[in-house]
Design a protein around this ligand. Structure first.
Ligand code: GLN
Length: 314
């Protein structure tokens, strides 16, 4: 049994730490703003904050606003990367995308022209994720999106994870910067599949709808505690966790690593998936974002939890 869950007493300790961290997170939500680039995200309640912790053995401890479904947005980048690594191998993936953090905003175009060799710096920024989607479309066809959905469903242990059509269509309608990134990648020869087919894959993965509990279980899947079934090679899981530490919170990744010290990935819906390697997963929803696109309350909640429960991997 996990050291985070030694029976009733351990569960009570976890629950009370989560409640206290939630209160800490709530103190910060008014510093943030919800993403407004598409109507379905702009409608989110800026005061909402909820979190769930998934433990080995199936137990889940949840608190706050955990019932709202929300879309994965950039959290999806972790799973399309994992799918590409598994199906196509690290050699193919890293011929199209690098391994270095950028320090730039997630949707920046800036370094595409400067990087040498010419390719996106990492798979957690939009340009890198579009390159990974393009590789999946090129090598496996657009139908491989079904495999991505199956991977996310397996990780979330939920057959109901699916594309939110309204969000998908709104992303497609307004995604001019992503379209620009894709055309730039096409020009560089990094993207060899069709631009629109690739963007369709990317917009659909961003629009996959989950709950906090799904997200916590997805984190647990990547925590890969000893004895858990390993449908994906552990070496690949180790790689995506490393990307989450260095690039998962965009240009706030360094600060998050110093303050919380755990792999995490955020999305503009206010989702944050965090991983305590070998131990547990956390799913957070808090749609009020700071300027870099990370959930304000979610980050503070995770920092408080990590400190209280000594989760840092460093
Ligand atoms: N759909 C968003 C975009 O492509 C996802 C980015 C994010 O979550 N940071 O701009």
């Amino acid at each position: 049994m996990s050291r985070d869950f030694p029976g009733e007493a351990g569960r009570d300790r976890l629950r009370s730490a989560l409640e206290q961290a939630l209160a800490e997170g709530r103190r910060h939500v008014n510093r943030g703003k919800v993403a407004a680039y598409i109507p379905p995200l702009a409608r989110a309640d800026p005061d909402a904050l909820g979190a769930a912790i998934a433990l080995p053995g199936g137990e889940v401890v949840a608190a706050g606003d955990c019932r709202h479904p929300f879309t994965l947005q950039s959290v999806s980048k972790v799973f399309s990367l994992l799918l590409a690594l598994e199906r196509l191998g690290p050699g193919a993936v890293f011929s199209r995308v690098g391994m270095e953090p950028t320090g730039d905003p997630f949707n920046s175009v800036l370094r595409l022209e400067l990087a040498e060799p010419p390719r996106p710096l990492n798979p957690m920024i939009n340009a890198g994720a579009v390159a990974v989607c393009g590789l999946l479309v090129e090598q496996l066809g657009p139908g491989s999106f079904g495999e991505l959905v199956e991977l996310v469903r397996a990780a979330a242990q939920s057959g109901s994870v699916d594309v939110d059509e309204e969000v998908y269509l709104a992303e497609k309608e307004t995604g001019h910067r992503n379209r620009a990134l894709a055309y730039f990648l096409k020009d560089l020869g990094v993207l060899r599949a069709g631009v629109e087919e690739t963007l369709d894959y990317y917009f659909r993965q961003c629009a996959l709808r989950v709950t906090c509990v799904d997200l916590a279980r997805m984190g647990l899947f990547l925590a890969a505690p000893p004895g858990s079934p390993a449908p994906v090679c552990r070496e690949l899981i180790r790689m995506v966790n490393a990307f989450m530490v260095t690039c998962g919170m965009y240009n706030g990744s360094g600060e998050f690593a110093v303050r919380a010290g755990i792999p995490a990935k955020s999305g503009v819906s206010g989702a944050v998936m965090a991983v305590v390697p070998g131990r547990l997963g956390v799913g957070v929803y808090g749609p009020a974002l700071e300027s870099r696109g990370n959930s304000v309350g979610g980050v503070e909640l995770l920092v408080a939890l990590s400190r209280r429960l000594d989760w840092s991997v460093f």
